[in-house]
Ligand binder design. Sequence first.
Ligand SMILES: Nc1ncnc2c1ncn2[C@@H]1O[C@H](COP(=O)(O)OP(=O)(O)OP(=O)(O)O)[C@@H](O)[C@H]1O
Ligand SMILES: [Mg+2]
Length: 391
Amino acid sequence: MSDLRSVFVDEGVLDINYIPPKLLHRNEEKRLLEHFFDYLLSAPYEMSQRAIIVGGVGTGKTALAQLFGRELLEKAKKRRVKVRYIHVNCRELRGSLFMILRRVVKIMRPDFPERGYAANELMEMLMQLLAEEDMQLLLTLDEVDSLIETEGTDALYTLTRVQEGSSEESRRLSLLCITKDINILRKLDKSTLSSLQRSLIQLKEYSSPQLSSILLSRAEAAFRKEAIPLEVIDFISELATQEHGDARYAIDLLWRAGKYADLEMSRQINVNHVRKAVPSVFPTLKEEYINHLNLHELYVLLAISRFFKSKNLPNASTGEVELLYKVVCEEYGEKPRGHTQFWKYLNQLKGFDAVNIKMDSSSQGRTQLISLTKIPAEDLEKEVLRLIEQK
Ligand SMILES: Nc1ncnc2c1ncn2[C@@H]1O[C@H](COP(=O)(O)OP(=O)(O)OP(=O)(O)O)[C@@H](O)[C@H]1O
Ligand SMILES: [Mg+2]
């Protein structure tokens, strides 16, 4: 029984890991995926394909791949074709080929021992398992940039070439890569690149009306009837459009706004609940975005948060932040890196919307102004401290 005093009837629908039964506004892209991997069903074991999905934060890349995988399996079952779909997030597995392969093998053989194998052995083992089960595998490498950053391009090369050297006729392993950053393609060798480019699917940012319809379909399942007026949905869509059409942000806001409504024992969610929710949802500070920062980049972020915590100013200069960065390094007993390196760290942080870095037009030299836009300095500090702790 759901709580009669709550606006929610099924909160789970707004959960981060919920995969909706269908994706709105992504039909064409899904059809492309079906087209690229059609041979798995129509001409099994004859080819091995790789494709790549590129798109910004919250454009539905992960959901699209997972939904496609789910449907692929249903079709395969009907046609009695042997296919498996395995989806791994490379960043979660620290971009390590070894950890990725171990995860895949473990999914195929849950009783597989944890220890004692190197990456190349695991690779062989995987191919052997597939041969034994006479199975085709579509492996999705989500956030593949992390794999390339950590292992260089060799790992992907190995994965795409593994079958070509073998004497076996059957093609069993196909790859679907996912990335936010199309620039990683430039790092690849020519042949891996060209095979990926031929099957590239680009997801555009959602527009505000598109976000509204996505939100509406979730809201219908998540909330009591009439608990959320249309204008509130549109209000959230507008906010998420400013976050580059990030559907995850939109859904998160929807959920938290519902929480605020419950807190006030209101029967309906209103725009004020949304406004209250905004500061607690940081679109760009989710763990997955800051998790890949290295220690010194986190130190720089900590320096930025400390600056704004102690001073009620809109901007910090790079000099001021660099000074605090050195203090932070001392605190952790680390040697601060040189000026050039500091600039590189700062550049890494440009990826976050929450930290804004722009040239100082009033200065002649290479000074930049840093500001913190979407998160209170105290919250940022807390979060960064937690991450440093973990490392
Ligand atoms: N077209 C859509 N219809 C319904 N729900 C969607 C759609 N697109 C995205 N979503 C939902 O929005 C959220 C974010 O989507 P998803 O995780 O797939 O984004 P992503 O592109 O993988 O983002 P990131 O790059 O941050 O990993 C998920 O909850 C997903 O179910
Ligand atoms: Mg994703």
